[in-house]
Design a binder for this molecule. Structure first.
Ligand code: SAM
Ligand code: SF4
Length: 326
């Protein structure tokens, strides 16, 4: 099958699949009031996920990230991971998680074929971690990260959203963590959503300022590798780990876009900040409908915009990233 390409010459090989929109954390920039149930139908079943990923893999998608919400809230997350990893053509399965069940799940996830994990840790100070997430769980999350490192996952990444006058003073502490620990700490620039305009104005920190601080501290940008996401990567002599910066407001962010998103209820989103999505679920009910599913995705990709238009002030229809997999 030919690879999936859009009208701007971009080809796609990376599927970000939300498998659960619910979350038990209340991150201040994502679900400050906690998860509110809006969906009436159940999340995609393991069989529906298997069919979905089989079709995407047939179109050249070799990298799949399981995300949410909090994917580990699903009791069958290991079965989901196994079904995704078994799809012919899938070469890398990763998981984004808040880490609260990671220590317990890590061996089974690895056994199911998950090779890399991204764990959100917005503070290394237990009290601030609790303020930011609503949970006194920093030691539990760190234990999950240690377990993944000990088990030999290919990549263990830590996602940090730095917020002005909240946790931005911890930049150096996060970087220092990589001196002895072979993990990748990635600083994500806060993105505005439909409902958080005031918070964004108060707390947004430009990624360019972070990069300046890192360069001053002796970090140097490294070359990109095939399959890399939009993160700019940095290393420093003497550090076993590395750092990354994800700067969605950078001018060329969309030109290297290689990803599509599917929500936990099977809706295809062409961009995190799109203003529409289309359901794929009717075609996921049986194996014999998969050719129609492929035709639907190939038709829909023609509608993908060249940019997310974030710098122009567009925020899309997303109330929070937990809705559809950040
Ligand atoms: N619950 C999992 C977690 O926190 O890693 C997976 C889902 S979460 C929506 C995925 C990532 O999106 C997390 O690293 C989180 O910090 C990030 N995120 C959520 N809202 C964001 C926002 N407004 N701006 C930037 N990153 C955001
Ligand atoms: Fe939950 Fe992740 Fe959103 Fe935090 S960022 S509230 S852990 S979905």
């Amino acid at each position: 099958m030919p690879a999936l390409a859009d009208n701007f010459g971009r080809t796609f090989h990376y599927l970000r699949l939300s498998v659960e929109d619910a979350c038990n954390f209340r991150c201040v920039y994502c679900l400050p009031n906690g998860y509110e149930k809006r969906e009436t139908e159940p999340p995609l079943s393991v069989d529906e996920i298997r069919r979905l990923v089989t079709v995407f893999a047939g179109m050249g998608f070799w990298k799949v990230r399981l995300t949410g919400g909090e994917p580990t809230l699903r009791r069958d997350i290991v079965d989901v991971a196994r079904a995704v990893a078994a799809a012919p053509g899938v070469r890398r399965v990763s998981l984004s998680t808040n880490g609260y069940r990671l220590a317990e799940l890590a061996p089974d996830l690895l056994g199911a074929g998950v090779r890399s994990v991204n764990v959100s840790v917005d503070s290394l100070d237990p009290a601030r971690f609790q303020e930011l997430t609503g949970h006194d769980k920093l030691p539990t999350v760190l234990a999950g990260i240690d377990r993944c490192l000990a088990l030999g996952f290919d990549a263990v990444k830590v996602n940090v959203v730095l917020l002005r006058d909240v946790n931005d003073g911890e930049l150096e502490r996060f970087l220092e963590w990589t001196r002895e620990t072979p993990l990748s700490v990635r600083f994500i620039e806060l993105m505005q959503t439909k409902t958080d305009g005031d918070f964004f104005t108060r707390r947004h920190l430009k990624a360019s300022g972070l990069v300046e601080r890192m360069v001053e501290a002796g970090w140097a940008e490294t070359a990109r590798e095939p399959g890399d996401g939009p993160a700019r990567r940095f290393s420093k002599p003497g550090h076993r780990g590395e750092a990354g910066v994800i700067a969605p407001y950078a001018a060329d962010f969309c030109s290297s876009c290689n990803r599509l998103r599917v929500t936990s209820r099977g809706r295809l989103r062409l961009c995190l900040f799109a203003e529409s999505e289309t359901t794929l679920r009717p075609w996921l009910a049986s194996d014999d409908r998969l050719p129609e599913l492929e035709a639907k995705i190939r038709e829909w990709i023609g509608r993908k915009d060249v940019s997310h238009y974030l710098p122009e002030g567009r925020v899309g229809d997303v109330r929070n990233f937990a809705m559809m997999g950040g």
